[in-house]
Design a protein around this ligand. Structure first.
Ligand SMILES: Nc1ncnc2c1ncn2[C@@H]1O[C@H](COP(=O)(O)OP(=O)(O)O[C@H]2O[C@H](CO)[C@@H](O)[C@H](O)[C@H]2O)[C@@H](O)[C@H]1O
Length: 480
């Protein structure tokens, strides 16, 4: 089976969040099931500099009006097709934002071009690679099924995965002519979205099947409170909606072999965690007392519930806890958390920024991680935490609810608890969850039991890759 994946990020080449982790890990997991995935990604500078001896497959003189090349290369075990289009991607900044943090004004064209090329490949652009199915991700890949539907690849099945419905790719009608879609694509069952153009909306209308990254979130996005305006579109396609929980790359995230942590350890011997705890205290300038260390590895945004933190930190410290924060995002939140750290020297430490290495040390050295997200399609940090014996303290929503077993009385009795869940998702809920975690931490035997139980949880891709494989097969056989 040949799959074309279309994504705007892929670990380890370019990552701003969980999409990159999934786009990077799923092809490797599918490979062991005999499924070959090639991934189409934009040739940002971060990608181009990682490519060793890429092969130029095609010169594309007119990708929505700009010239481009399609390169082929294998990198870190991933088979990549790189859209090298300097006019669209050779920029200072990240994949979506310029150096000052603003959206590139032509993002609509940058990702329409990616999707257009994806659809062309589905339609037979490459003589040695005919995808049996196309798997597109988020709004940046969402026009792929749209171009397929209105073009020559209409018979090839497609899957669109929603990783974050908060980002929908909505643009003014004025771009329509430049997208080179037929006039009838601007319709309610196409890409028209409240008089504008909706990339994710169009993708949801056009893909053969829709997935999101946990069963609970698949149910939630049918409701107005989570669907962010798309609940009606999704409800109309509920019969092709699937929730498949994410796995993690258990090779990269393995406390027994992780070069980024102070000492390797496993569930059989958790003692070496102490070395990472010490390194973490050193980095974040935290007191060396035995109080529990909570951690945060997150975008500092409302989605992630990070605005709740300033409201609970004084209480966390008053109860003997410490907090190590790694994140960046909303400037006002960064300011509030820097202020909290300044008020609580030795108890709260913060590193503003994105730091992959440090995120590993936090999982290995902290006692618990706080994930108070307002909504969370799946969430990956709690899965890394489970694998590292760092107790996840999570809001009861989406994939967080599906992957962490709350340490309630029954679960503790049955020895199956792996973390702490809380609701309602507000400052009081989080405060209560922190109190409960501190009480659990005081019982060292119980705490170790929860750590070990979490480390036993299957967070690998094996099961979920199997579910994607089943879905792909069923769609391919239906359209064959
Ligand atoms: N400052 C920092 N330094 C280093 N690493 C940092 C960091 N901030 C975040 N990260 C890392 O970025 C990733 C974040 O992934 P998440 O799944 O938690 O959320 P995200 O909202 O990006 O993903 C969306 O897509 C994914 C994938 O489907 C869903 O799990 C999720 O629910 C959805 O919102 C993790 O690998 C985390 O360790």
């Amino acid at each position: 089976m040949n799959i074309l994946s279309v994504t705007s990020e892929i670990y380890p080449l370019v990552k701003t969040g969980g999409l990159a982790d999934v786009a990077g890990a799923l092809p490797l997991a599918l490979k062991s099931l005999g499924i070959r995935t090639r991934t189409l990604v934009p040739g940002y500078p971060a990608v181009m500099k990682r490519l060793a001896k890429p092969v130029e497959r095609l010169h594309l003189p007119d990708v929505l009006g700009v010239g481009a090349r399609l390169l082929e290369v294998t990198c870190e075990g991933l088979e990549l097709l790189v859209l090298d289009c300097p006019a669209l991607y050779d920029r200072v900044g990240g994949p979506y934002l310029d150096a000052t943090g603003n959206d590139f004004p032509d993002n609509w064209k940058r990702f329409a071009a990616l999707s257009w090329v994806g659809a062309e490949i589905a339609g037979g652009l490459l003589d040695d690679f005919q995808p049996d199915l196309v798997h597109a991700h988020d709004w940046q890949g969402a026009l792929t099924p749209v171009y397929m539907r209105y073009g020559r690849a209409h018979a090839v099945p497609s899957v669109l995965t929603i990783h974050n419905i908060a980002f929908q790719g909505q643009f003014g009608f004025n771009i329509f002519a430049e997208l080179r879609l037929p006039p009838h694509a601007f319709a309610m069952d196409g890409i028209e979205y409240y008089g504008d153009i909706g990339y994710l909306k169009g993708g949801l209308q056009s893909a053969t099947a829709i997935t999101t990254v946990s069963p609970s979130y698949a149910g939630e996005i049918l409701q107005p409170s989570f669907g962010m305006g798309l609940e009606g579109v999704i409800a109309a396609r509920e019969n092709v909606l699937h929730g498949i929980v994410n796995g993690i790359d258990v090779e990269t995230w393995d406390p027994a072999r992780d070069p980024e942590i102070a000492a390797p350890y496993s569930a059989a011997n958790l003692k070496p965690r102490a070395a990472s705890r010490e390194a973490l205290c050193e980095h974040f300038n935290l007191d060396r007392d035995s109080g529990p260390i909570f951690s945060i590895v997150s975008r500092l945004t409302w989605q992630k519930g990070m605005d709740l933190l300033p409201e609970v930190v004084d209480d966390l410290v008053a109860h003997g806890g410490k907090l190590a924060i790694l994140g960046s995002g909303d400037a006002a939140l960064e300011g509030a958390l820097l202020n909290a750290a300044a008020r609580h020297r030795g108890r709260i430490g913060i590193t503003i920024g994105y730091n992959e290495q440090l995120s590993h040390l936090l999982q290995a050295g902290a006692d618990a991680i706080l994930v108070p997200s307002r909504f969370e399609p799946c969430g990956l940090t709690q899965l890394y935490a489970l694998r590292y014996g760092c107790i996840p303290v999570v809001a009861r929503t989406g994939g967080l609810a599906d992957t962490v077993i709350d340490a309630n009385h029954a679960a503790l009795q049955a020895k199956c608890a792996t973390g702490v869940q809380f609701s309602p998702i507000n400052a009081d809920g989080l405060r209560q969850a922190i109190h409960r975690t501190i009480r659990l931490y005081a019982d060292r035997k119980l705490w170790t039991q929860i750590q070990k139980q979490g480390m036993k949880a299957d967070v690998s891709w094996i099961r979920s890759a199997g579910r994607y494989a089943e879905l792909y097969s069923s769609l391919i056989s239906r359209t064959a």
